[in-house]
Write a protein that binds this ligand. Sequence first.
Ligand code: FAD
Ligand code: GLY
Length: 374
Amino acid sequence: MQTQDVIVIGGGVIGCSIAYYLAKKGADVVVLERDRIGAHASSAAAGMLGAQVEMAFPGPMSDLCFRSRAMFPELGRELYERTGLDIELNTAGLLRVAWDRTEAEELRDRARWQRELGGRAEWWETRSVREDEPEVRADITGALFLPDDAQVSAPRLTLAFARAAQALGVRLLEGCEVTGFLTDGDQVTGVETVVGTFRAGAVVLAAGAWSGVLARRLGLNLPVFPVKGESLALRPNRLPHRKTLFAHGCYLVPKADGRIVVGATEKEHDFSPGVSLGAIHRLAHEATRLVPSLAEADVLSYWSSVRPGSGDGLPLMGRLEAVRGLYVASGHFRNGILLSPITGALMAELISGTAVPELAPFSPDRLLESTARR
Ligand code: FAD
Ligand code: GLY
């Protein structure tokens, strides 16, 4: 039996970020990871910080994304100083390409509200796009240039959070599957794992797409489910574009090591491993449609993982009314890399006892269909 202040279930980017920010506040934290740190979505991700490209309308989620994206330059320096790991922040910006006039009009509308919120967004006609990125196909209908939508190496970010947390005293236990919860009335007091039991004043459920499965062990119907994504990596002879390109059908993310990451499919409620031939075919088709010269690139690798989807598309972050001592940080769906710093910082505040009004729109209680307990 081991006792600490906080148990974090899940060693993905969300669990590791929360552990890091808690440790900065002096908390005694253990992260329990079933497989390896960053073994799942957090290393499969393309690493886009798409605060603008991924948001179709304004609201608390868009505000949170803007805030989190702004944390990266300082965070990158901080994590480098603590761990020597470079998260490879790339600030060349992103082009959200339109294939037709309807899409171009939607993107111009989006640019208007994003500018009102203080974001930068410029409409570029096709000629300007091709002057900047000549290998983009000529028959697009322009693109929205988002200079502040950046990208990082998702596996490095996850590892850097983990190592920085470890350097501050956090224990990271890999191969440690949580199999159940210890309770005392309506209070969670710890967890059972394959290697023994752990007790703590607070337990954070940050198990990505598996968070819903684990919550059921407490009789909670938490709507977090897998949304499988399949991707591939290409190695072109020379980098055909510097900016991230994002269109209906695919995105192309140029990485520091010369690879282009092509993503990604979306398959709801699918935990299956593997990558289908259909997915590779579709991604290859869309990638060469956008940048024809990619047809000459070598295929390096392909992979899949599961995004943590949520009932209404927004993350679940906060404590649960029905179960004292239990916190949830999950359901970040397509934006967990982007949202990892703000999630870690705000959850650490909350767990330390500070009121965090910014988290109210993301309260897990909004989605709890049944609080019937065992
Ligand atoms: P995970 O990384 O899945 O971590 C959860 C961890 O919990 C896992 O390691 C798992 O082993 C562990 N776990 C599960 N059950 C247990 C248990 N019982 N006991 C102990 N541990 C357990 N986001 C972006 O912001 N930008 C992108 O460009 C981007 N691209 C993506 C591309 C793809 C193909 C995919 C799949 C996702 C992408 N995402 C992107 C989304 C992002 O990857 C996720 O939102 C984020 O990684 C979720 O982090 P997490 O820590 O919640 O989940
Ligand atoms: N944000 C990109 C993806 O989830 O595929």
